[in-house]
Design a protein around this ligand. Structure first.
Ligand code: GLY
Ligand code: MN
Ligand code: MN
Length: 444
């Protein structure tokens, strides 16, 4: 299995501590276990920030970074070993494991945190935490601070400054290291294989969930614990619902099916969309829209390179799509005016992409000082133009209605442009039709 090496977690903690003000402390909680219903739990997924700094996969843990602390800068509070609980629920690292396997300098039982953490905070001037994103943890933090305040008359010094950790940490997360790109390539490879399998299996009479099952099979077989987000399998007019997840309609001859799905490997997401004909052959209208979206995507790739800014790729897709919609008679007027009036938004209502990483819509600022962010080597993003012609759009000829097409790939900015991580799925009309025809011949 390809994963982030332990040494990288240590490098990240050091890099964060190097940016923290002197005499400060950073405190981050692990994700809580989410209840699905009664005593059934959701599959556990670590908090991305916590995972980024620790690689520690358990709930009920708190990570503390104290730059310059002589007795160790990295402290982990976590669950104690417990023979009975481990018999029921699985192994725990315990404090020994936290030090031995996860690089903590010091580790304490999570049940002792109220007694120990105020003492660690005391005397530090500044506390970094993810304020506002976890109200329960914010409340605990204030309780710990109040313990120190209540001892002020004994000389205890509470911190005076509370700083959001997000800015430092999320900027670090935006730049992917070689190890991260390797993991993202693997997630992309498995997801590409899943889309290929769904294309090969596609035929009228199956259900959207039948194709979802093919995706899940490849994800799991590839070692992914789960999809990076709820898979979208949208056939026919459902393809015009951007976040459709019902996935229970019958696949019909003559319809397109849009699949937006990607798996997660070691907490890194992939995010791929392909749109293909259920019966293996695009109709004239489907092909026209598909090729327009593909041209928009190609134009976007050309705008992704160091020194280009974030919005250039989006602007390129808007221009290609608006021009194409006029040529097809779906928009009437002048290109510049239709771009200025955002007429394309009736058909293309989302942006051309987003940052991609541990979260599918990853962290990182899109603007800095009011200006679009300039792309740099190691930034990862999606490129996903689409055209969606609403089934009830009375202003276009009937033959176009209900067609929804999106094409989405994942890229990393390189020195000279970008690397497309998700190349493993066919994309041109000819490639997709050939793959589907071949699958049919083999099945017959
Ligand atoms: N799958 C969510 C997105 O494409 O943004
Ligand atoms: Mn997507
Ligand atoms: Mn996306």
């Amino acid at each position: 299995m390809i994963h982030i090496p332990k040494s990288e977690y240590s490098r990240r903690r050091k890099a964060l501590m190097a940016q923290m003000e002197p005499n400060s402390i950073a405190i981050l909680p692990a994700a809580a276990v989410a209840i699905r219903n009664r005593d059934v739990e959701h599959v556990y997924r670590q908090d991305s920030d916590f995972q980024y700094l620790s690689g520690f996969p358990e709930p009920q843990a708190v990570l503390v970074l104290m730059p310059g602390r002589v007795h160790g800068e990295y402290i982990l509070f976590c669950r104690e070993r417990n023979a009975e609980r481990e018999l029921w629920d699985g192994l725990r690292a315990g404090q020994e494991g936290a030090i031995r396997d996860f690089g903590a300098d010091d580790a304490f039982p999570i049940t002792d945190i109220d007694d120990i953490l105020p003492g660690l905070i005391e005397g530090r001037d500044r506390v970094y935490s993810a304020m506002g994103s976890n109200p329960e943890f914010d409340r605990h933090l204030m309780e710990w601070i109040n313990v120190i305040r209540s001892k002020a008359n004994l000389g205890a010094q509470p911190p005076n400054e509370f700083v959001a950790l997000d800015h430092l940490l999320h900027d670090m997360r935006l730049y992917k290291s070689a190890a991260e790109v390797k993991v993202m390539r693997e997630a992309a490879r498995i997801s590409a294989q899943a889309h290929v399998r769904a294309m090969q299996t596609s035929r009228a009479g199956l259900y959207e969930f039948s194709l979802e099952a093919e995706l899940d099979y490849e994800f799991r077989k590839g070692g992914a614990k789960m999809p990076a987000y709820g898979s979208i399998v949208a056939s026919g007019r459902n393809s015009c619902i951007l976040h459709y997840q019902q996935n229970d309609a019958v696949l019909k001859d003559g319809d397109l099916v849009l699949i937006d799905a990607g798996c997660e490997i070691d907490c890194y997401a992939s995010d791929i969309t392909r749109t293909w004909p259920v019966n293996g052959k695009y109709s004239a209208e489907q092909k026209a829209i598909y090729e327009l979206v593909l041209a928009a995507q190609e134009a976007a790739f050309a705008e992704i390179a160091p020194n280009k800014h974030w919005n250039q790729a989006h602007e390129a897709t808007v221009r290609v799509i608006t021009t194409g919609l006029i040529e097809l008679g779906l928009l009437q007027g002048n290109v510049e005016e239709l771009i200025a009036s955002e007429a394309y938004k009736a058909f293309y209502m989302h942006r051309a992409g987003h940052w991609l990483g541990m979260d599918v819509h990853d962290v990182g600022e899109y603007k800095v000082g009011g200006e679009w962010r300039v792309l740099e080597v190691g930034m990862a993003l999606t490129v996903e133009p689409g055209i969606y012609i609403a089934p009830d759009n009375q202003s276009v000829a009937k033959k176009w209605r209900g067609i929804g097409v999106r094409i989405e790939d994942d890229v990393v900015v390189t020195k000279n442009g970008c690397e497309i991580l998700t190349k493993g799925v066919p994309k041109t009309v000819a490639e997709i039709e050939a793959l589907m025809a071949q699958a049919r011949t083999q099945a017959a």
